[in-house]
Design a protein around this ligand. Structure first.
Ligand code: FES
Ligand code: FES
Length: 166
């Protein structure tokens, strides 16, 4: 057994878990954060993506003991109260989901992708970076559109804030 302690969506959580406990199972079963999905358990589908210290990680590939001491953000931690995160808002506006099963992982992957490309994204980059996220419904087209729109909206917001601060 291992003692673990993590920041999850801004709250300190701790537990005593079996050494083999995966991060995704800890989030879903111990913390009840069921927005993080399990689609394959074999590191293929990306439905389980969360952010670990700011980077997108497939939480079925990580033991919670490995994540101990880290800061985790799940889909439940992305919105600011009732206000959707710009990536969530863009998925809604551009119909980037159908059944929604892949959506939390897509959105967590997209937020990391946008943060790593503050200069902006192009379609080829978005498609290449979505390589680890599988969607069975949408054909990806609207997901790509949503990520490109969110990237533009977030770049505009950052420019506006920089202007105000100057
Ligand atoms: S459940 Fe983790 S990649 Fe599919
Ligand atoms: S919206 Fe159904 S799997 Fe992507």
């Amino acid at each position: 057994m291992s003692d673990v302690s993590l920041m999850v969506n801004g709250k300190r959580v701790s537990g005593n878990v079996e050494d083999r406990t995966l991060l995704v199972h800890f989030l879903r079963e111990n913390l009840g954060l069921t927005g993080t999905h399990v689609g394959c358990d074999t590191s293929q589908c990306g439905a389980c993506v969360v952010q670990v210290d700011g980077r997108a990680v497939k939480s079925c590939t990580m033991l919670v003991a490995q994540a101990s001491g880290s800061t985790i953000v799940t889909i439940e931690g992305l919105a600011n109260g009732a206000e959707l995160h710009p990536v969530q808002a863009a998925f809604k506006e551009h119909h980037g989901l159908q059944c929604g099963f892949c959506t939390p992982g897509m959105i967590m992957t997209a937020t990391d992708m946008i943060a790593r490309h503050p200069e902006g994204l192009d379609e080829a980059t978005v498609r290449a970076e979505l390589d680890g996220n599988i969607c069975r419904c949408t054909g990806y087209h609207n997901i790509v559109k949503a990520i490109l729109a969110a990237s533009q909206a977030m770049a505009k917001g950052a420019k506006g804030r920089a202007k105000q601060a100057a």
